[in-house]
Design a protein around this ligand. Structure first.
Ligand code: SF4
Length: 372
């Protein structure tokens, strides 16, 4: 089981309470970015390109707690930047554990062994270690030779000390499905609790604008990777979100499901886009023109997006929206290995490493792909 029963219970009862209250827009995971600084400079990242005076800023623990209390989501993901570079990260995590929030501290793990003494093992705390594939693929993605070995060593140490550990992996164009599947084997052998996946998103600030996936290629790649699954693989994601990535389901984006709070305030409308900021979560919900976002909206910035922060909450919503959704989730979790002979054949196709690829908010030619 990739997630403890207590966490599943907390999240399920929370969602059911929202439904009984008739709430259509409710947060599931708060994306809390306490800083943008990082000790890596990954080619696909849009967070570290801010000017120095912004990169120097930190959210205080009190600002973090206020946002968490105001939002009310049962889970808090702490990305960044690199959260372990925050001078008060231990205090922030301790305060969130005291609030019984399930925390995913997203880290590249370069500092994890050095800082691990700041934390106590808890069912509420998971280190979500950023690993973008096997050694060569990961080091290339994070532009740091040796990054994989440091991260894997830190994962071992965290597991040895009794912490919950997952991986989070962003896949870009040119990812080799066979290698990704071998990476899953490596991670499960390492002993992580589960794995998270997302296709990359074309941040306009990211230095590499060539290797982001369009929707049709995203579906094809995830079909090759996630069909014919090994029973050992555990994913720390909704099975319906994985089916969405494989092209078996379609969902609208629900960006309020994973709202973002950072040094600028509550970001409109989502983790990826910056169409302004609100001072409070209530203001974010009330003043964002939600109909302008999501694939169906026709907004070119959303056209090729299938990222976790936009669509996993949609998949969770689908689980609780009907008996069919619930049964599909149970089947996806416990029973289905997604047998697919065509997907097996796709694993043997040569991987084309470089495309002049889809840029979001790009030309009509690139948007063609979305309609495939
Ligand atoms: S589709 Fe993607 S970019 Fe658009 S609002 Fe949703 S998460 Fe944000």
């Amino acid at each position: 089981m990739p997630v403890p029963v207590s966490q599943m219970w907390t999240v399920s009862t929370y969602v059911l309470r929202q439904k009984l209250a008739g709430r259509k827009q409710y947060p599931l995971v708060l994306m809390l970015e306490p800083l943008f600084r990082c000790n890596l400079a990954c080619a696909g990242c849009g967070k570290i390109q801010y000017p120095a005076h912004i990169l120097k800023k930190d959210l205080s623990p009190e600002e973090c707690f206020r946002a968490v209390d105001e939002c009310g989501a049962p889970m808090v993901s702490i990305p960044g930047g690199e959260p372990l570079m925050h001078p008060q990260i231990g205090e922030i995590v301790e305060g969130l554990v005291a609030r019984k929030k399930y925390i995913y501290l997203c880290t590249n793990a370069l500092l994890l062994k050095e800082k691990i003494g700041l934390f106590k093992p808890s069912k509420y705390l998971t280190f979500s270690v950023h690993l973008d594939g096997q050694r060569e693929e990961h080091d290339l993605a994070v532009c740091r030779e040796g990054g994989y070995d440091i991260a894997v060593d830190a994962v071992r140490e965290a597991l040895r000390r009794g912490f919950r550990v997952t991986t989070n992996t962003t896949l870009f164009d040119g990812a080799n499905p066979k290698s990704v599947r071998a990476f899953f084997d490596e991670m499960m052998e390492l002993g992580v609790e589960g794995m998270m996946l997302s296709p990359g998103y074309s941040y306009d600030k990211a230095p590499d604008q060539k290797h982001f996936l369009g929707r049709a290629r995203t579906r094809r790649m995830f079909r090759a990777i996630l069909s014919n699954r090994k029973k050992e693989w555990q994913f720390n994601l909704s099975p319906l979100f994985l089916e969405f990535l494989m092209g078996k389901k379609t969902y609208p984006c629900t960006p309020w499901g994973m709202p973002t709070y950072n040094v600028f305030g509550w970001q409109k409308p989502c983790y990826l886009l910056q169409d302004g900021y609100a001072e409070t979560f209530a203001e974010l919900l009330a003043t964002t023109e939600w109909s302008k976002y999501g694939t169906e909206s026709g907004n070119p910035a959303c056209a090729n997006c299938m990222v976790h922060s936009g669509y996993e909450a949609s998949a969770v919503h689908a689980t609780f929206n009907s008996l069919g959704g619930f049964l599909a989730t149970v089947k996806g979790t416990l029973l289905s290995r997604y047998r697919d002979d065509e997907a097996l054949r796709m694993l043997e196709e040569p991987v084309v490493a470089v495309h002049p690829l889809v840029q979001i908010a790009a030309t009509s030619e690139t948007l063609q792909e979305t309609r495939v």
